[in-house]
Write a protein that binds this ligand. Structure first.
Ligand code: AMP
Ligand code: MN
Ligand code: MN
Ligand code: MN
Length: 278
């Protein structure tokens, strides 16, 4: 069985590939299953499904929800939700609208600090759903920082940055309940990720979420070291939930293009599917 990659972004959030481009690359790299899981949007799913039918690949419809716990970011992957669920789509719309006004405010703050970027350019880069990587790209273009990562600093748009603006986000347990009401399967994304000062998701929250219906943990992720992988694999086993592995591909935004660099064990994928009744 070829690879299963359950986490990828497209131009509908902060990835650089269109959904068909993502599907083509997945097929080229020998994947048999790909989840399109954009931040706060399911807009890319239908396009991906069209392309996947031609490429003989299975698409897992997904979305990565921005949630917050104790002021820290917690990303929750939701697979196979009822895509037409009014409440679910209403919340996604609200999250995207907030990303827009928040993006504008971060650009205003950067301008006030003297950095020569415009919201117009950020909008062009984002083509819709605005995230910090788009602002980071505008800062690279303006010569403020040499590469994207440099923008996620205390001076600029890092979480403690001078120009950072928080985004509207659901409390993690509320987001989980929302996913369940939309009949989605919930997997905690990269629980051990530490971009900069971000702390890993507290174990206590993971346990509470498991008690509230969390279906899985993203154990294998490019930003998890060997120790984190071993720890989360054991935690998933102890909690009786599924252990996934995914690349979190953002296209060419981050080097190298990660598509298929991390994959999910077919048996674990089968367990995830059976939780959905598939
Ligand atoms: P946002 O959801 O708009 O707050 O942007 C968060 C996104 O920015 C994440 O999903 C990553 O793709 C990216 N990101 C966050 N922190 C960093 C960092 N330190 N370096 C590079 N990319 C980052
Ligand atoms: Mn991202
Ligand atoms: Mn994430
Ligand atoms: Mn992601």
């Amino acid at each position: 069985m070829a690879g299963i990659d359950l986490h990828a972004h497209t131009i509908y959030s902060d990835g650089t590939f269109t959904p068909p481009e993502a599907v083509d690359l997945a097929a080229e790299r020998g994947l048999s299953v790909l989840s399109i899981s954009d931040h706060d949007s399911t807009e890319g799913v239908a396009e991906a499904e069209g392309a996947a039918a031609r490429a003989g690949l299975e698409i897992v419809p997904g979305v990565e929800l921005s949630t917050v716990h104790d002021h820290g970011p917690v990303h929750l992957l939701c697979y196979w939700p009822d895509l037409w669920d009014e409440e679910f789509q209403g919340e996604l719309r609200r999250l995207r609208e907030d990303r827009w006004t928040r993006g504008e405010r971060m650009v205003e703050k950067l301008q006030a600090l003297g950095y020569p970027i415009t919201f117009e350019r950020v909008r062009e880069i984002a083509q819709g759903n605005i995230g910090r990587p788009h602002i980071a790209q505008a800062l690279v273009e303006a010569g403020v920082v040499p590469e994207l990562k440099g923008a996620f600093s205390d001076e600029l748009i890092g979480t403690d940055g001078r120009a950072y603006v928080e985004k509207h986000a659901l409390a993690s347990l509320d987001a989980l309940a929302l996913v369940k009401r939309a009949r989605g399967i919930a997997v905690l994304a990269h629980p051990g990720l530490r971009w900069k000062k971000e702390l890993p998701v507290p174990d206590e929250l993971i346990e509470r979420m498991a008690g509230a219906g969390l279906d899985g943990l993203e154990v294998d992720h490019p930003d998890h070291d060997a120790a984190a992988r071993a720890r989360y694999r054991e935690m998933a086993r102890r909690l009786g939930i599924v252990a996934t592995g995914s690349s979190d591909c953002h296209g060419t935004r981050y080097d190298p293009v990660r598509m298929g660099s991390e994959t999910t064990d077919p048996e674990e994928f089968a367990r995830l599917k059976s939780r959905k009744g598939l």
